[in-house]
Design a protein around this ligand. Structure first.
Ligand code: PMP
Length: 286
């Protein structure tokens, strides 16, 4: 089935949506993005994703006139036109078509390029991987230092996922100065003696929307949270580990660099947090 995509104010069949070869997103990776989940035809964590989009754009001095209500209307239209029940909405804003390749930003007033498309993922909330848990490798974090801005510079995370695949594993965790920063496309956590440990927010990691909500729910459930960096050795000696992202919610991690974590099976804390997260985010979906 051909999808309907959104491009600069128009809803088009996917093969009719065209972007210039001079687009800043194409030649400079000068673009930001968001990925939002849809369950039961409703959008999860909409406000959080829009707030982060605005922040990413402000950090890069990118301008776009769409209001929160405009974005919501577009998201809802995308769900309706693509008959999306379970899946993802991908949104990208680039600095627009500069008319040529030039490192300098295009003149003020150059309109941004705005693209949205959907990805149907039936069974998204019932991913069997969440019952088995996933295995990760560690890899040096060679990304730039503004990982708090959600840009489309995703080559290194792609390389990390390919390295994991080549090693027969599911994903990679980045390590910098001896400590885990985050996963290739997710925020990571370990559980030790009932405490949930996750790196504190800074420019070193993306400020996950799922992370923010999960920590709020965990706190309401009287769980103890420690925001600090941890090492791979500490992860290997932990009782449990998991990651969060908008597309995977809460995903248990059962092995790091060949060492089983805890029993090597999905643990009770990750299981409970996944349930809580899915319940709460379905309730607040719009
Ligand atoms: N860190 C990185 C590097 C990511 O790419 C993602 C997914 N976008 C996350 C963390 C998780 O963020 P979110 O919960 O907002 O999807």
């Amino acid at each position: 089935m051909s999808r309907t995509v959104y491009l600069n104010g128009e809803y088009l069949p996917e093969d009719e949506a065209k972007v210039s070869v001079f687009d800043r997103g194409f030649v400079m990776a000068d673009a930001v993005y968001e990925v939002t989940s849809v369950l039961g035809g409703k959008i999860l964590e909409f406000e959080g994703h829009m707030a982060r989009l605005a922040r990413s754009m402000a950090e890069l001095e990118m301008v776009c006139d769409l209001t929160r209500d405009d974005w919501l209307a577009i998201h809802r239209e995308m769900v309706a036109r693509n008959d999306l029940d379970e899946g993802l909405i991908y949104l990208q804003v680039t600095r627009g078509n500069a008319g040529d390749r030039d490192f300098h930003y295009p003149p003020e007033g150059t309109p941004p390029t705005i693209v949205l498309f959907t990805q149907a993922k039936p069974g998204l909330a019932d991913d069997p991987k969440a019952k088995k848990g996933i295995k990760v490798i560690s890899i040096p974090d060679l990304r730039w230092s503004r990982r708090d801005i959600k840009t489309v510079q995703l080559l290194y995370p792609s390389m990390a996922k390919m390295a994991a695949e080549k090693a027969g594993k599911d994903d990679a965790w980045f390590v910098e100065d001896g400590f885990v920063t985050e996963g290739s496309s997710n925020n990571v956590y370990i559980v030790k003696d009932g405490r949930i440990i996750t790196r504190q927010l800074s420019t070193d990691i993306l400020h996950g929307i799922t992370r923010a909500s999960l920590l709020k729910y965990a706190e309401s459930a009287q769980m103890v949270i420690e925001e600090r960096p941890f090492t791979i050795a500490e992860a290997q000696a932990a009782d449990e580990a998991f990651y969060t992202s908008a597309s995977a919610f809460v995903m248990p991690v059962v092995e790091v660099d060949g060492a089983a974590i805890g029993t090597g099976k999905v643990g009770p804390v990750a299981t409970r947090l996944r349930e809580i997260y899915l319940d709460e985010s379905r309730k607040s979906a719009i």
